[in-house]
Design a protein around this ligand. Structure first.
Ligand code: IVH
Length: 664
């Protein structure tokens, strides 16, 4: 994306995020899931980091929460309630830590980890040990006074316990809906025939902003503390966490101090594994620099403190952009559209494809290339598209139309009576497609890629052409039948190792009719690069030794088709390297030379000898003439030897020939 495009994208993202945020925070209406909204915010944050000149004060990354509702009295926070930077992947977490060390100028290993509860933040101000004001976060600077309602929450002390309590103490933390209480509330509502609540966080927020505190009281909300303001002589986050417990709070459970990034990463994984059994909703882990002085000195960028990060758990939803819509042919001949998307992190894996089922689904969603979409994973191996983010559609986007020719074999496309799916009329299409991929895999010498695997990859849209083998990820094949994480990694590693290929093998692997290994060598010897071969005319092709009219025609026809040119191009774009066909030392020897083979050679068959001549850059000709450079002669050489002697052509024995081409 260039600067101008980034500016436009930033503008659009701001608009869309602002709209959904307003619906959510001010109108209490969820028009986009948290996960999808986070995903958009993350993209915006990334672009703003890259182009800080486009950061404006009205950017959603610069504001926290929503504006206070008019029905509550406003409270200005003594210290703004900030927000946190989200990271989603281990690499991003590690980058955060490295950045800290750079800014802080020293090694930072003491990190305090707390679960990130999915609730709503409140500030509790205690004067002389007594709860005086409880306020929501609001926009971070000004919140709403919800003291009466908050007082109904049993886990919030109305008076601090312990001695030597400073005059003013502020505790911040999260009001949340315990999972049990939430389920109970919904069961009750269901019995009463009333609509149930979908989202515990929204319900908690709604419960706190009730004008009738009896309703709040009836909901069974709870509170955990994650921040302490007040002089108790503390110097670390761990101290604060312990002190809050002595004051009568439940400090965020499952919290712990670690001394290395590795330990933090392990804890993140463990926390994720047990998240369902915790009794409250957790959407990630907060990691905070433990030393308070250091934390302060690291400062704040925009509205997020540097010394703190939220490492989110994989969300089942994320946003991404559609790069292409491809059509694959399934076992039954049905054409299935597959969306190729900008790689994104969803449900714990990096995703590059999304299924679209059939043309009806495309029409229902009106998915187009260039659209920003919400992906979701529902246990399927390939995520689905939930919806298009309307506000982010490029102006020049075009409606997706199905192909009228099969993208694999160019046969006609039709519909079967009463079915939505489009079919390729060629019954062998799927098999051909699969065979072409297997054939390419053999040319690249990729081990461990059998017909079953290729069929599954095709049917799930992971590969459309053999060139796609080089972009699939282990994450994408791990869920296929017969695979697991380890075997998937192994196969991907194997494929990676095979990215470099010789020109003859590459040509032979293209599945050009009548072109096998030998012809691959002949063509490579003559044209020396794939580009030259692709643009060779029929006349040039027939002139090649060992290539007749039929082969020449197949080659010409093959490269005459756009999708075959695209195949070669995609191979190269996907990182395949065709070894440059510079004629190596031994090859040079016979470059441009014409050699005739005659008689019975001691070890080589005549065909083998000819192959060696071609591989060495020479021409294997049939008859001796003035243009002949060498005669390779064995037993019973006969008339060709006589002619060679007559014309003073150099005669070679097999041994001399082999040493000449460097094989002896
Ligand atoms: S520390 C600068 N610790 O996450 C904010 N926040 O996305 C310092 N949250 O506003 C927050 N669990 O509402 C902290 N253990 C935890 C948390 C936590 C949930 C919320 C909090 C904050 C939001 C930021």
């Amino acid at each position: 994306m260039n600067k101008q495009e980034a500016e436009k994208r930033i503008e659009k993202l701001k608009e869309v995020i602002a709209e959904h945020r307003y619906n959510y925070h001010v109108l209490d209406k969820e028009t986009m899931s948290d996960a999808a909204l986070d995903s958009l915010k993350h993209e915006l944050y990334g672009l703003e980091q890259e182009y800080p000149e486009f950061v404006t004060s009205d950017s959603p990354t610069q504001r926290v929460g929503g504006d206070p509702l008019p029905k509550f009295v406003k409270v200005t926070h003594a210290r703004p309630m900030l927000s946190m930077e989200d990271v989603f992947e281990q690499s991003e977490f590690e980058a955060w830590q490295k950045r800290l060390e750079k800014v802080g100028g020293k090694k930072i290993t003491e990190l305090f980890c707390m679960p990130k509860l999915d609730g709503l933040a409140v500030s509790l101000v205690y004067t002389n040990g007594v709860l005086e004001v409880a306020a929501t976060r609001g926009n971070g600077r000004v919140g709403e006074n919800v003291t009466v309602n908050v007082k109904t929450i049993e886990s919030i002390p109305l008076k601090l316990t312990g001695s030597n309590i400073p005059d003013r103490v502020e505790v911040r933390g999260e009001i949340y809906f315990p999972t049990d209480a939430f389920d109970e509330l919904n069961q009750k509502l269901e019995k009463e025939g009333k609509p149930v609540f979908a989202n515990p966080r929204n319900t908690a927020a709604g419960s706190i902003r009730q004008l009738d505190s009896k309703i709040t009281a009836s909901r069974g909300l709870a509170f955990v503390a994650w921040d302490l303001d007040g002089d108790f002589g503390q110097s670390t986050m761990e101290d604060e966490w312990k002190i809050m417990s002595t004051l009568g709070f439940k400090a965020v459970p499952e919290s712990k101090l670690y001394n290395s990034v590795e330990e933090v990463e392990k804890h993140w994984q463990e926390l994720q594994d047990k998240r369902d059994g915790l009794g409250y909703w957790v959407d990630g882990m907060v990691v905070k620099v433990n030393n308070s002085e250091l934390y302060q000195s690291l400062g704040v960028v925009g509205k997020t403190p540097r010394g703190l990060v939220a490492w989110k758990f994989p969300a089942e939803e994320a946003t991404t952009v559609i790069k292409d819509i491809k059509w694959t042919v399934g076992r039954t001949g049905a054409l299935t559209p597959v969306a190729v998307v900008e790689p994104t992190w969803v449900g714990g894996t990096t995703v590059q494809h999304a299924s679209l089922h059939n043309i009806d689904e495309i029409e229902r969603l009106d998915v187009r290339v260039g659209d920003t979409v919400i992906l979701y994973k529902a246990g399927d191996i390939i995520p689905k598209i939930k919806e298009v983010v309307a506000g982010l559609r490029p102006k020049d986007s075009e409606k997706t139309v199905p192909p009228n020719r099969c993208p694999v074999c160019e046969s006609e496309v039709g519909r079967r009576a009463g079915e939505v799916a489009l079919y390729c009329v060629n019954p062998r299409c799927f098999v051909q497609d699969r065979e072409a991929i297997l054939h390419a895999a053999r040319a690249f010498e990729i081990d461990g890629l059998g017909p079953q695997t290729v069929a599954a990859m095709l049917e799930n849209g992971l590969v459309v052409s053999p060139a796609d083998l080089f972009t699939i990820s282990a994450d994408e094949i791990a869920p296929l039948e017969g695979f697991g994480k380890i075997s998937a990694n192994k196969l991907i590693e194997e494929i990676k190792q095979r990215k470099t290929i010789s020109l003859p093998r590459f040509i032979a692997g293209l599945s050009i009719r009548n072109v096998g290994e030998q012809t691959g060598i002949d063509l490579a010897n003559n044209f020396r690069s794939i580009q030259t071969l692709m643009s060779a005319t029929l006349e040039e092709l027939v002139q090649v030794d060992g290539i007749g009219a039929i082969v020449a025609q197949s080659v010409r026809a093959f490269f005459g088709e756009e999708h075959n040119q695209k195949l070669v191009q995609t191979y190269l774009e996907n990182g395949v390297e065709i070894e440059s066909y510079k004629v190596n030392a031994s090859l040079q020897v016979l470059a441009g030379k014409s050699v005739v083979v005659t008689g019975t050679l001691p070890t080589l068959s005549r065909d083998e000898a000819k192959e060696k001549i071609r591989l060495a850059g020479g021409k294997a000709s049939g008859s001796v003439s003035a243009k002949t450079d060498y005669l390779l002669a064995g037993e019973k050489a006969g008339s060709k030897l006589e002619k060679a002697n007559e014309l003073k052509v150099t005669v070679l024995s097999e041994e001399e020939f082999l040493s000449m081409i460097g094989e002896k």
